[in-house]
Structure formats: structure tokens, C-alpha cells
Design a binder for this molecule. Structure first.
Ligand SMILES: [Zn+2]
Length: 86
């Protein structure tokens, strides 16, 4: 059975994805089975990841925006002046 990788269609929206599909997950499925359309856990829409080579989560180091996308630092209080223009 081939291994497919899926990721949420709404990875940046915690209300439309769960921790599993927001980061992407792998699933073995028979070739003759229909492609997975929804996350098995939260039932929200997922899409198949075509290329594993250039997957951003592998190529990019974990950044604040990535963590924020995953819903981890949304409530974090930031120091004033961090984004101040020079
Ligand atoms: Zn999910």
C-alpha cells in the first residue's frame, strides 16, 4: 500500500483543523481507494500533499509564525517594540 501525506486545507485555522491535520499526517491507503477528503479525526477538509521533497515544514525551521499557525503562541504576550520599525 502506498503511503500518502495529507494536510489540512485550513492549517492556519484552529477551528477548521486539529493538531494532527494542521501539521500534516501520513496514511497508507489502497490504490483503488478514493483519496481522503477529510481528516479522520476532526472531519475537516484535507488535501493530499503531492511532493514530499519541498514540504515547507521540512525545509523551514520552526518559526514564530509557524508556531502561531499551529495555534501555540496565539495568546503569547509579546514584548513591546519587537516589531518596531527602525
Ligand atoms: Zn484534523
Amino acid at each position: 500500500m502506498p503511503l500518502y501525506e495529507y494536510i489540512s486545507e485550513h492549517a492556519d485555522d484552529p477551528e477548521s483543523s486539529c493538531r494532527v491535520c494542521a501539521k500534516g499526517f501520513e496514511l497508507r491507503r489502497p490504490v483503488d481507494r478514493e483519496p481522503l477528503k477529510v481528516c479522520p479525526l476532526c472531519r475537516h477538509a484535507v488535501k493530499k500533499v503531492i511532493s514530499r521533497v519541498n514540504t515547507p515544514k521540512i525545509a523551514k525551521p520552526l518559526s514564530i509564525s509557524d508556531a502561531k499557525k499551529a495555534g501555540f503562541t496565539v495568546l503569547e504576550k509579546r514584548d513591546e517594540g519587537v516589531y518596531e520599525r527602525q
